[in-house]
Design a protein around this ligand. Structure first.
Ligand code: MD3
Ligand code: FE
Length: 216
């Protein structure tokens, strides 16, 4: 028991470097969970989670919604950011101040001062959901970092290189973990392995991931 507690304490306190400008901050979102969870309910009541279709005609296994001035969408015509939810015809729900603050503080810890996200993509994974290797390149400005917050079930994240065929490092992301990446790591290929059903005490059989970006 003693050694397990020591291990967990270490897991949470050591920022893990994935690349020259990419860091995993273990557990730093844990104090914010009680604010984040009810905020998701408000957001999904306005803009529900939905499975979007890729330009290649595949329906994503991950369901998504957005908050903030801009939201990421895909359909047969391509990937893009829009100010309006194509499903409701209304603007995406506003980004809660607490979300923007968490993203700004995490970015600063990783060395990116003054991060002001205008988009927050919210991905919902169920057992079996996956995200194939891709680059995030629909944002206007690659100088801004991206901040991701993981809640619920564990996921195995794939951190690749600058070419699709470069070998990928596997990183487990747990409830409360935050990843920040920018600079030289901003355009790395990345993805998420199919989720195993390991129900989480608070969220059950799902994983929620927020990615904060400066899209416009
Ligand atoms: C990218 N989401 O929505 S975020 C996406 O867990 C997306 O839902 C994943 O990729 C998710 O576009 C991953 C975390 C992440 C971490 C490190 C990265 C993305 C990264 C390093 C380089 C590039
Ligand atoms: Fe991505």
């Amino acid at each position: 028991m003693q050694s397990l507690e020591l291990f967990e304490a270490t897991e949470q306190s050591q920022p893990q470097r994935l690349g020259p400008a990419a860091m995993v901050l273990r557990g730093v979102a844990l104090p914010h969970v009680r604010e984040l969870m009810p905020a998701i309910e408000v957001i999904e009541a306005m803009s529900p989670f939905r499975h979007m279709v890729t330009p290649g005609g595949f329906t994503m296994s991950v369901a998504l919604t957005n908050c903030g001035a801009l939201g990421w969408t895909t359909d047969r015509r391509g990937y893009r950011y829009t100010a309006v939810d194509p499903e409701t015809g209304a603007p995406w729900p506003a980004m809660p101040e607490a979300f923007a603050r968490l993203a700004n503080e995490a970015a600063a810890v990783a060395g990116f001062d003054g991060f002001k996200p205008d988009a927050c993509l919210i991905n919902r994974y169920l057992p079996g959901s996956r995200l194939s290797l891709h680059q995030d390149r629909n944002e206007r400005d690659y100088d801004a970092p991206i901040v991701s917050v993981s809640l619920g079930m564990r996921a195995v994240f794939l951190f690749g290189g600058h070419s699709r065929t470069d070998p990928a490092v596997k990183v487990s992301l747990h409830h409360g973990d935050v990843v920040v990446w920018g600079g030289a790591d901003r355009l790395r290929y990345h993805g998420v392995m199919p989720l195993k059903d390991e129900p989480h005490a608070l969220l059950g059989s799902q994983r929620i991931n927020f990615t904060f970006r400066k899209a416009g």
